[in-house]
Write a protein that binds this ligand. Structure first.
Ligand code: NAD
Ligand code: UDP
Length: 350
């Protein structure tokens, strides 16, 4: 900026990451709802790098403009503040419908709104897909299996969900969103894809959204108590974000219209996971020359109501129909995530 002439110095304007050049027929117009959230922003990065035109719709309830700010101004990118509970008109070829808060404290903050987002938001986006003939993918969840009596969970399992419990707004919201999706497929011929996503973690996860991976890493980095809810015997299986993005794009571009589980089957009890995360954080700190003594203790708190006792995906279908399987081990993913939060803490933004 030249103060005397009030002109911008064009030589110092930010440049964008290099995107692939596609022919007009290869380049798709892709709508990503919830694209400013954790999963959405990583998906946007990948779709942009692949050379597509990407429009993000987000109401910034749990997402943030900063997750995609590095694309703002790129000719292939557009960011629009919009609540999917209201209809939206655009021309597009593919819709990744992700808009919905995903962590229990966020989706329980306003349960009625969560159900509206899942039901009305999905209805609106399916209506858009019907008019534009766009292919529609919804990010469903392992929560449709509830507190499962079948282990590991296959796509054939119908689930075990408390319809009036504190998790119901999310679980039943996603179940009805799936029902709507298949209703539009059979009634109107909408071309649909359904991804049932299992617990996913990685950089850009909101550090204060209360999910277990972010809580444990931050607690260990800050030397605070690591809070295990219940006796820690409940299990979860953790997938790294880049594997999920591979799976979502593979599913969108496949011919598979049945639901597909996307997750990592590395299953931990939450009690073991607390030790595991603490060890990795201490390893990273030691590698970086930080010689602090172990300060984090593992403590036990009340378990939230209806917390599922076990969860592990059967990913046979994803392997067979998408030739997809996770490539990131939990060690690799956690280490990268620890370094990300550590860097954020060092720059004072955490
Ligand atoms: P997130 O909370 O980081 O992102 C959700 C995004 O949707 C945010 O940017 C939020 O502002 C936006 N949003 C919420 N309500 C909206 C509305 N009414 N209108 C417009 N935008 C709205 O969560 P995430 O982890 O990125 O999850 C993304 C999707 O993946 C969700 O549909 C979630 O159910 C699904 N999913 C995530 C996980 C996981 O482990 N992260 C697991 C299963 C399913
Ligand atoms: N959990 C925990 N301590 C925390 C946060 C979560 O023990 O600080 C537990 C939680 O009770 C659940 C598991 O970790 O059993 C995963 O919780 P999260 O909210 O990440 O995901 P979800 O329950 O939706 O799978």
């Amino acid at each position: 900026y030249h103060a005397d002439t009030h002109a911008i110095s064009y030589t110092t304007l930010a440049s964008f990451p290099p995107v692939k050049l596609l022919t007009p027929t290869e380049r798709k117009r892709i709508l990503v709802t919830g694209g400013a959230g954790f999963v959405g922003s990583h998906l946007v990065d990948r779709l942009m790098l692949l050379g597509h035109e990407v429009t993000v719709l987000d109401n910034f309830f749990t997402g943030s403009k900063t997750t995609v700010s590095h694309w703002v101004g790129h000719p292939n990118f557009e960011l629009i503040r919009h609540d999917v509970v209201e209809p939206f008109m655009i021309e597009c070829d593919q819709i990744y419908h992700l808009a919905c808060p995903a962590s229990p404290p966020h989706y329980q903050f306003n349960p009625v709104k969560t159900v509206k987002t899942s039901f009305m938001g999905t209805l609106n986006m399916l209506g858009l897909a019907k008019r534009t003939k766009a292919r529609f993918l919804i990010s469903s969840t392992s929560e449709v299996y509830g507190d499962p009596e079948v282990h590991p969970q296959t796509e054939e399992y119908w689930g075990h969900v408390n319809p009036i419990g504190p998790r119901a707004c999310y679980d039943e919201g996603k179940r009805v969103a799936e029902t709507l999706t298949y209703g539009f497929k059979s009634q109107d011929g909408v071309d649909v894809r359904v991804a049932r996503i299992f617990n996913t973690y990685g950089p850009r996860m909101n550090p204060y959204d209360g999910r277990v991976v972010s809580n444990f890493i931050l607690q260990a980095l800050k030397g605070e108590d690591i809070t295990v809810y219940g006796d820690g015997s409940q299990t979860r299986s953790f997938q790294y974000i880049h594997d999920l993005i591979d799976g979502l794009i593979a599913l969108m571009n496949s011919e598979e219209t049945r639901p597909v589980n996307i997750g990592n089957n590395a299953e931990f009890t939450i009690g073991d996971f607390a030790h595991y995360v603490r060890d990795i954080v201490e390893k990273v700190l030691a590698q970086d020359g930080d010689k602090r003594e172990r300060t984090s203790q593992i403590v036990y708190k009340d378990i939230p109501q209806d917390d599922p006792q076990q969860r592990k995906p059967d990913t046979t279908r994803a392997k067979e129909v998408l030739d997809w399987q996770p490539r990131w081990t939990v060690d690799m993913g956690l280490e990268e995530m620890v370094r990300y939060y550590k860097a954020k803490m060092a720059e004072g933004s955490l």
